[in-house]
Design a binder for this molecule. Structure first.
Ligand code: AMP
Ligand code: MG
Length: 520
């Protein structure tokens, strides 16, 4: 197995001078050298062949003993030095100080086909940033990250990716629902991949300590490798950089809203500087359309990270990043104007995204109203978001209120669609049908367009849970099946029709299927 290693982060940026693996505050350094814990019986469960190809590996490589050795953390790749990154963050709206890679260890960077990839093991043991944690990850959460990050990639949502999923052979103690009943679970390691894993929190760490020298170094490094088109370091370049991060962050969140993804823990340490979805923890997929839903039990009270609040939180997080970058520019207006533009862009991009979900290609001044009325209807009775939008593409011009019949399968309780509720739906379908008269595309063309933005298959919470339960018993066939299914989420896959279904009743309140804790 040969990789074109091109390390930059740990070559160009200052490291922690202490190389002991002890938990501590780390100053004036971007990372600490640390070796992964050697797993007792590593075993490969799955490797992503596409991701392997992207870094220059093939199937023979992923099947090799070397692959198992390197991506389980048993040994380091020759001439590389692994490290954990230092960062801070705001968690649930509060300043949390230094956090850092508590259970992620960066192996190396690879350059392939002119693309740079950083490879990182999640769950590979303690680091100086592990605080009270053990640095490990359980199979359950590793399957969820592995399947979902690759599924998001194929949905066209900006995301970190995953190369491999392995069992460590070690046991990990976890209290899943924080009820005092801790139990041993299988430990696992995911190798995840992104151009860089730098987060908003990396900048916040230095800003909070008034360490402007390192703040500048980190910013210049980030621009040099990941935003090279912005030019040489200068105050204008830093503002342009912030602007680009704002645009990418908003675009990512609009994609989340489009597919019904709820991240669950949008803390600033979980915000990628590249606008990638990162840190798959207690995330979830909307089943019933619901603006106030969050899968994260830790956030049950305030629901800060609920579906409908994700765009606002993106803005709040960007404000924290602006505060962190401010010392490099010392002009508040420029940052404020970027943040104001985010709000304006959100309105337009969100409207256009919803237009695309409805198959509307031209702009009409009443579209916002039509969409708002639809959202009101979706909230009348539990309505499956994925099924609704996918079935809506079957609507033909002149179906009128009869269109309601074609989406009936998306209602969880069909009996509730009577009287006033049914009337509201019929009125909406009448309005939708009238609106379609302004469009020039044929029904078939509109259907094809809609099917490119409304996925047929997403990783419903219960699907991941079924894969987890089987995997726990040593059967990985469902992981394989779901992985393949989710490679083509927009395609009709007649053999896989069973996954185009509402959440089954048994999954409504089951742990792992509706609500998830941060315990992972
Ligand atoms: P998260 O909520 O997963 O983004 O994690 C927040 C912080 O806690 C990060 O600094 C993580 O590295 C750290 N962390 C989470 N789980 C563990 C663990 N099991 N051991 C050590 N650190 C952890
Ligand atoms: Mg995190």
């Amino acid at each position: 197995m040969e990789l074109k290693i091109r390390d930059t982060f740990n070559k160009e940026l200052p490291s922690d001078t202490n190389t002991n693996n002890t938990r501590r505050k780390v100053f004036e350094a971007m990372y600490s050298y640390v070796n992964p814990k050697v797993p007792s019986h590593p075993k490969l469960i799955h490797a992503s062949v596409e991701m392997a190809k992207a870094i220059g590996l093939d199937k023979n490589d992923t099947d090799s003993e070397d692959f198992l050795t390197i991506f389980s953390g048993s040994e380091l790749y020759p001439k590389t030095e692994s490290y954990a990154m230092a960062y801070a963050g705001h968690q649930f709206g509060n300043w949390a100080g230094q956090l850092g890679d508590g259970r992620a260890i960066n192996l190396f960077e690879v350059l392939h086909n002119k693309k740079r990839w950083a490879l990182q093991l999640k769950g590979a043991g303690e680091t100086p940033y592990s605080r009270q944690g053990d640095g490990l990850a359980v199979l359950r959460s590793s399957i969820r990250e592995y399947l979902c990050s690759e599924a998001m990639y194929h949905l066209g949502v900006p995301t970190t990716r995953a190369l491999s999923l392995m069992l460590s052979g070690d046991e990990v103690l976890r209290d899943i629902i924080y009820d005092g009943n801790a139990a041993y679970e299988k430990g696992a390691i995911v190798c995840r991949v992104a151009p860089t894993f730098i987060r908003f929190g990396n900048f916040e760490l230095f800003a909070a300590r008034n360490d402007y020298k390192n703040l500048k170094k980190l910013t210049d490094y980030t621009i040099k490798y990941f935003y090279p088109e912005l030019g040489k370091p200068s105050k204008e370049t830093y503002i342009k950089f912030f602007k680009q991060v704002a645009v990418k962050t908003l675009d990512m969140i609009i994609h989340w809203q489009r597919v019904g993804f709820v991240h669950g823990v949008m803390n600033t340490d979980n915000m990628s500087i590249l606008g990638l979805t990162i840190d798959y923890g207690p995330y979830g997929w909307l089943e019933g359309f619901d603006f106030v839903w969050t899968p994260n039990t830790t956030d049950r009270q305030n629901k800060r990270y609920r579906y409908g609040n994700q765009p606002n939180i993106g803005l709040w997080n960007l404000l924290q990043l602006a505060n962190a970058l401010y010392p490099l520019v010392e002009e508040a207006e420029a940052f404020e104007s970027v943040l104001n533009q985010y709000k304006i862009d959100f309105d337009t991009k969100s409207l256009n995204m919803m237009r695309s979900k409805l198959g509307l290609t031209i702009e009409d001044k009443n579209d916002a109203k039509l969409i708002e009325t639809l959202e009101d209807c979706l909230l009348l009775s539990e309505t499956d978001m994925t099924m609704f939008f996918r079935l809506l593409s079957n609507h033909n011009k002149d179906d009128g209120q009869e269109g309601l019949k074609k989406i009936e399968a998306s209602f969880y309780i069909l009996e509730e669609i009577v009287g006033d509720v049914a009337q509201k739906w019929k009125d909406w379908f009448t309005a939708y049908d009238q609106r379609l008269q302004l469009e020039t595309l044929t029904d078939k063309e509109r259907c094809a367009n809609m099917n490119l933005v409304n996925p047929k298959y997403v990783l419903r919470n219960y699907m991941a849970q079924l894969a987890i339960e089987q995997a726990d018993k040593g059967d990985y066939s469902l992981i394989n099946e779901l992985f393949d299914l989710l490679k083509k989420p927009y395609n009709e896959q007649p053999k896989n029709q069973k996954w185009f279904a509402k959440r089954p009743d048994w999954a409504r309140h089951k742990v792992g299927c509706s609500m998830l804790s941060c315990s992972s």
